[in-house]
Ligand binder design. Structure first.
Ligand code: CAA
Length: 379
């Protein structure tokens, strides 16, 4: 049986996220983006409203919600502020998910219960300067020494790196055996020898922070290892499968905003004595945006449904991410085109959509890597 109706609860989440985005995120979004201002007050409110740990169990103060609810909230928040959305996404689908599904009781009580409420913020740190798509090719090491591991190395492209309280770090506990030598650790910001680099100067999602992390003989207690030695890479990839649903939802939020802005502007803007929306050239652009958004959302919800129903969902998540991010890029580019010169200046805010859309084709696995995952499942 297929049912496309949202439940009462999902409709309420949609309404709450939409109102929150309109009332708390809209004002100042352009300025925060321009000046790279981290949305501190807004993230705190998102924690109070339960948006920072939506899918985590209520035992650890989470919302116990399904992945479709999470995708709906991500879409609504991203439609207004994709920077706030990625902060939320990393905390929910990478950090909370990973600790809840692979961590032990001690780790869940000590860390998860505070991450779900927004009291603490998390980051996920896999990539290194030389290893992005080829994620297992890492140099960061974690060498066992009595009751701890000694962490050394550099990580990069870490969303929430600066503002987070804890970081999930992947490091080699044994070299020379490829991904089987990678393990996962919870690293607190206060641990000695742990430093953050400067915030990166980014094209988009500028009010979220992204930075390098440096580990210089950082002592990580052995109880902070998640899972067993050598399980880290599979934990990372399994977690990213779910993260990709969140990024796909972020992309579709950007696409929806592009469509809505395009509709209202094209109805208001008159050229040659009539609104530009009366031209088929504009109408076809709007029709394509609407059609592609619907298709992308269905892919996202199918991947979310598969995840919630314990089916294999990794390939569906990759399909959702690659398609939704390409839809977001096309829709936001057309939105700028429809706005003409007004689309090219910061004031109208639509160029921000185009800049924000781009990262959805890159982080949590590039479009090329998503296609690798999809193609491998076919062959
Ligand atoms: N879940 C669990 N295990 C998985 C898996 C998955 N989705 N996919 C593969 N594995 C397992 C395999 O079964 C294999 O195990 P065995 O050796 O025991 O058989 C092991 O993991 C290695 O698999 P592969 O040989 O397929 O690995 P690979 O090196 O060829 O890489 C890849 C596969 C798909 C290219 C992967 O490296 C990948 O997804 N790369 C992209 C990384 C990425 O998304 N980075 C984003 C970083 S996070 C971020 O963006 C920052 C942020 O803050 C937002």
């Amino acid at each position: 049986m297929i049912n496309f109706n949202l439940s009462e609860e999902q409709l309420l989440i949609k309404k709450t996220a939409k109102e929150f985005a309109k009332n708390e995120l809209l004002s100042g979004a352009i300025e925060r983006d321009d000046k790279k201002i981290w949305p501190e007050a807004q993230i705190k409110k998102m924690g109070d409203l339960g948006f920072m740990g939506m899918m985590a169990s209520s035992k650890y103060n989470g919302g116990g919600m399904d992945t479709i609810s999470y995708a709906i909230a991500m879409e609504e928040i991203s439609a207004v502020d994709a920077s706030a959305a990625v902060i939320m996404s990393v905390n929910n689908s990478l950090v909370c998910y990973l600790i809840e599904h692979f961590g032990d009781d001690f780790q869940k009580e000590k860390y998860l219960a505070k991450l779900t409420t927004g009291q603490k913020l998390g980051a996920f740190s896999l990539s290194e300067p030389q290893s992005g798509s080829d994620a297992s090719n890492m140099n960061t090491t974690a060498i066992k020494s009595d009751d701890c591991y000694i962490l050394n190395g550099t990580k990069n492209w870490v969303t929430n790196g600066i503002h987070s309280d804890i970081v999930l770090v992947f490091a080699m506990t044994e070299k020379g055996i490829g991904h089987k030598g990678i393990s996962c650790f919870i690293v607190e910001k206060e641990f000695e020898g742990f430093e953050c680099g400067k915030p990166e100067e980014k094209l988009g999602i500028r009010s979220s922070d992204t930075c390098e992390l440096y580990f210089d003989n950082v002592k990580v207690p052995k109880e902070n290892m998640i899972g067993k030695e050598g399980e880290g890479f599979k934990i990372a990839l399994a977690t990213l499968d779910g993260g990709r649903i969140g990024i796909a939802a972020q992309a579709i939020g950007i696409a929806v905003s592009s469509l809505n802005n395009s509709i209202s502007y094209s109805k208001d803007r008159h050229q040659f004595g009539k609104p530009i929306s009366s031209n088929q050239g504009i109408q076809f652009k709007l029709a394509d945006m609407a059609m592609e958004i619907e298709a992308a959302r269905l892919l996202i919800w199918k991947a979310a449904w598969a995840k919630d129903n314990h089916h294999n969902f990794g390939v569906l998540a990759s399909m959702a991410k690659v398609y939704a991010s390409e839809v977001a890029m096309r829709a936001s580019t057309q939105c700028v085109q429809i706005h003409g010169g007004y689309g090219y200046i910061k004031e109208t805010g639509v160029e921000r959509l185009m800049r924000d859309a781009k990262i959805t084709q890159i982080y949590e696995g590039t479009s090329e890597i998503q296609r690798v995952v999809i193609a491998r499942s076919l062959l």
